[in-house]
Design a protein around this ligand. Sequence first.
Ligand code: GUN
Length: 296
Amino acid sequence: MPAQIIDGKQIAKAMREEIREEALRLTAAGHQPGLGVVLVGEDPASQSYVSAKEKACEEAGLYSDDNRLPADVSEADLIAVVERLNADERIHGILVQLPLPAHINEGRILLAIDPDKDVDGFHPMNVGKMLIGEKAFIPCTPHGVVQLLVRSGITIAGSHVVVVGRSNIVGKPVAALLARKHEHGNATVTLCHTGTKDIGSFTRQADIVIVAAGRPNTLTADMIREGAVVIDVGVNRVTDETRKRGYRLAGDVDYEPILEKASFVTPVPGGVGPMTITMLLFNTLESARMRAESHA
Ligand code: GUN
């Protein structure tokens, strides 16, 4: 029996309706949630992510402050934009789209963001707090992956999760989250990466495989066991002359054969992607709610 396709769009839609209701309630009380977005340069993938984030804010009733800066902006000017957003009372969340151009030190920019507005959860303060189990903003993609599993009725606790990829944005935080002593954690987690010998020998032992490697066909059907859950975080542009734009989007997994063998699979697009944006809205709403409570 082919796998059940996890409909990220549908799950995201349901969550965004809940978020919109809460955003309208906060707005009526004088605390409209606000997100400051910063995009440097012209990278087409980043541009399309940022446009999608701005559109989602508008639909969910959030205020957004969009800042598009040229690729040759200086680090000092970029930090000045971040500091202006830090000081702006209307802004509860700040997102600086990554990657940044090579002449900018990413670490310094992330450190400049007020940790209380760091809705990406990339500031070292939030990374550390998450790791030691204190309340912190959870990075959006890992948070979205957990929500997809939970809302699809997949048991995380006690399962063996194999994560492929060790990025700061996905691999490392999702591994940490799922290993936490938490109702949505308590998994046994194996983290595979480019230094792993024979990734398949690990993924074949997994109940849940999460692939965030940034490379098409990283996971093939021979690398999973029958009935495994497969979460595909990859978004790759693959040349396709049959498409008008000359490419199509593909994830990191060999989708069709895996569909025949797994129990649940996320599609690309329409799986993890819509959840990432949803969790950004969720974190911004949380931030606004905390500020409203501290002013109450
Ligand atoms: N680039 C790719 N994913 C993300 C993300 O979740 N947040 C930011 N800021 N940049 C990204």
